[in-house]
Ligand binder design. Structure first.
Ligand code: FMN
Length: 356
């Protein structure tokens, strides 16, 4: 890769990105009322577009009013009011020359009763995450094993949320299949011990993701993007490798690549880490088996790390650096020396302190 790769354009389906930098999805827990984020949280996204990011992802939007929510103050895209709140934000992001993509998810077992209006926690199997819930200090509740009705109901939530994003004018929609949330727990045998068509073999564990992707694709117009985020790590099971080996991961990526998905976003702790006992990082392992555009994320914090991460990917996403530095894209462009932020530095994201 030559040194100018980071700021060169990239063709993503029918869109031309002006560079290879995107704002990673970041939950802000700011939706106090009506599942609409605080105004300063929305404006924060617009400023990231203004600073030159080519893609701006939203926080993870929860897909229903029953069991999808896992954190207080999460946003939805299901009512006219919610859609109307996002419309000017999407337009402003686009006016600054960036793509706006809505990420959506169902938290699955990473939830507790109080945050879900219907008081229901569901997952592929009745198994709790390993860690305690950091927000309550207690173990997560044992989730209900999803029934066929639950599966249909949850898919409907993804579909309705995608329709909301289309109505709000988003250029794309991302299905969050990473980080230990619902879709991710179906993919991994660590959390999926079902005996029906949704558990067991890789084909079966992939079935729920496939059903969601196809149902969503049916309601997303052809000129919009559909991306899928995946990881080998789970937020409430830190240190656990969700997939056994490189072969299992690659088998999933191959299956994903056959679906109507326009890009795969691979989330890592650190983009450079070798994975599955190999001497390759997650992007390289993924790239070996897919021709789809690839996004990579995880401790990309300056020009050198961003260029390096692009060796095996097409687009870099940044969370903490872009969260804490409103001038990050321009600072990267100028090759400025920049700090590598730690997780705790990002806690300000969840306060009511407006970020610059
Ligand atoms: C405040 C904050 C909120 C996050 N919320 C989400 C989210 O809603 N969806 C998601 O896929 N990842 C989320 N992440 C993970 C980031 O997208 C990213 O994968 C991770 O922070 C590693 O990237 P970084 O090293 O650039 O921070 C969040 C991260 C932070 C710091």
């Amino acid at each position: 890769m030559n040194k100018d790769n980071l700021f060169s354009p990239f063709n993503l389906k029918n869109y031309v990105l002006k560079n290879r930098i995107g704002v990673a999805p970041m939950t802000r827990m700011s939706s106090i009322k009506d599942s609409v984020p605080r105004q300063d949280v929305l404006e924060f996204l617009v400023r990231r577009a203004e600073n030159g990011a080519a893609i701006v992802y939203t926080e993870a939007i929860v897909t229903d009013y029953e069991s999808a929510q896992g954190y207080p103050g999460q946003a939805r895209m299901l009512t006219q009011r919610q859609i109307d709140a996002w419309k000017p934000v999407v337009k402003a992001i686009q006016d600054k020359g960036a793509l706006a993509i809505m990420q959506m998810f169902h938290c699955g077992r990473v939830a507790w009763e109080e945050v879900n209006p219907a008081n229901r926690i569901i997952a592929p199997s009745p198994i709790q995450p390993k860690q305690n819930n950091r927000l309550t200090g207690k173990p997560y509740p044992i989730p209900d094993e999803m029934t066929p009705f639950d599966i249909d109901h949850v898919i409907t939530g993804f579909v309705e949320t995608a329709k909301g994003a289309v109505a709000a004018g988003f250029d794309g929609i991302e299905i969050h299949g990473a980080h230990g949330y619902l879709i991710n727990t179906f993919l991994s045998a660590y959390s999926n011990q079902r005996k029906d068509a949704y558990g067991g073999t890789i084909e079966n564990r992939f079935r729920f993701a496939k059903d969601v992707i196809r149902a969503v694709h049916d309601v997303v117009p052809e000129d919009r993007l559909l991306t899928f985020r995946i990881s080998n790590w789970s937020a409430p099971d830190m240190g656990v490798s969700l997939f056994e080996n490189k072969e299992e991961w690659q088998e999933l990526i191959k299956r994903l690549s056959k679906e109507p998905v326009d890009a795969i976003s691979v989330s890592t702790y650190h983009y450079r880490d070798n994975a599955f006992g190999t001497n390759q990082n997650m992007a390289a392992i993924t790239r070996e088996v897919t021709d789809l555009p690839l996004m990579i994320c995880g401790q990309i914090f300056d020009r050198t790390s961003a260029e390096d991460a692009l060796k095996d990917a097409d687009i870099v996403l940044s969370a903490k650096s872009i969260l804490l530095n409103p001038n990050w894209v321009e600072d990267v462009r100028s090759g400025k020396e920049l700090p590598l932020y730690q997780s705790q530095d990002a806690n300000v994201a969840y306060t009511d302190k407006p970020l610059p």
